[in-house]
Design a protein around this ligand. Sequence first.
Ligand SMILES: [Zn+2]
Length: 457
Amino acid sequence: MTPTQRTRTYWLEHAWLDTHVEPGVALTVTISGSAAGSDGRITAVRTGVDSPPPGAEILRGLTLPGLANAHSHAFHRALRGTVQVGSGTFWTWREIMYSFADRLTPDTYHALARAVYAEMALAGITAVGEFHYVHHAPGGTPYADPNAMGEALIEAAAEAGIRITLLDTAYLSSGFGQPPDPHQLRFSDGSADAWAERCSLLKERDHARIGAAVHSVRAVPAEQLATVARWAQERGAPLHVHLSEQTAENDACRAAHGCTPTQLLAEHGVLGRRTTGVHSTHLTDEDIALIGRSGTGTCMCPTTERDLADGIGPAVALQQAGSPLSLGSDSHAVIDLLEEARAMELNERLRTRTRGHWTAAALLRAASADGHAALGRDDAGTLETGAVADFTTVALDSVRTAGPLPRLGAETAVFAATAADVRHTVVAGRHVVRDGAHTLVPDVPRALARAVEALRA
Ligand SMILES: [Zn+2]
């Protein structure tokens, strides 16, 4: 052990060990580097430890691997409430969303994202996939640092104590053969080559990975899709894409290219094991087979999909075809990965009028290990030696969770708990949330209120 390393012991009253709840588990965590580093790892797991060892941090409740929020647009948090007045569709919602996007600056976005990521930590989320497309100043003029907005998000995640995969998004057109509209000018780099040049300036850090995204087949011309795919391939980076969220996108794609969005992506080399399709709501059987065969992942965002009246995607069929599932809070109508997990199952129950499409264990896997993998991390989402020391503890004695046997803790957490039951969140061995309070952002509700107010002004 070098002088910069130190160890810490966490005693977990109950721990989720991928298949079952284990009572009395001691985790040894080794932290190396600076206090701000994200390099704490689990170096030993001991079971059958009935009482806390001397000096151990005690985590009462059920400790889960840290949750992965695989799809986020941080600024959409500013729309909460505002977009619930009146009626409309996804497309009318989008107009309100653009009015907020128009007002973001690197400073106001940093303040908002810091508060939103702190809200995520309070909900047990230890890593976020930020699908980021507000790159330039309004009108499309680059900032002095062309990545000022992306850097603001990376910094915000560090200050909120969570990991980020910045999915830097290519957004070049408003529709098939259509230039960006005035709102979208600040999203566009002009071409996929210019997008790649800008993204290549972004640097990874302890807490931050850099990935790529194609906003959608509407927003990246077909002949430029391969440029984005190649950039991700060369770096072994995750590649995400909004896929068939709306039937209008499918209709426009068929009119322009004579095929579905999934087929278009397949044709241009976008599908594959590092790729995640987000939503994947309106697919044909052939689309599902293509996605499954290629090992492309699927990120479901059930609370957003129901909020935006998108529809219910074929998650069961996608998984059976070979597509790993992850979960995201996307528009942040709520930020609660436990709710996302149960909503995926409950949507399927409503649709099929049968129960039990996924076990609590399978839903937790989507909310943790498979979500982290979709964000380019294979060393997270499990409480095992060698994994990053990222975990979160859900109270089993709250008004929502008291009663069931502790061995049913996973079922209780997934089907009854909410983000309000998250008691502790540890990232890289460091307590980011302790007893329900954020340790780095002192007053998260106030930080949220101020950041949203600044955008309303
Ligand atoms: Zn999205």
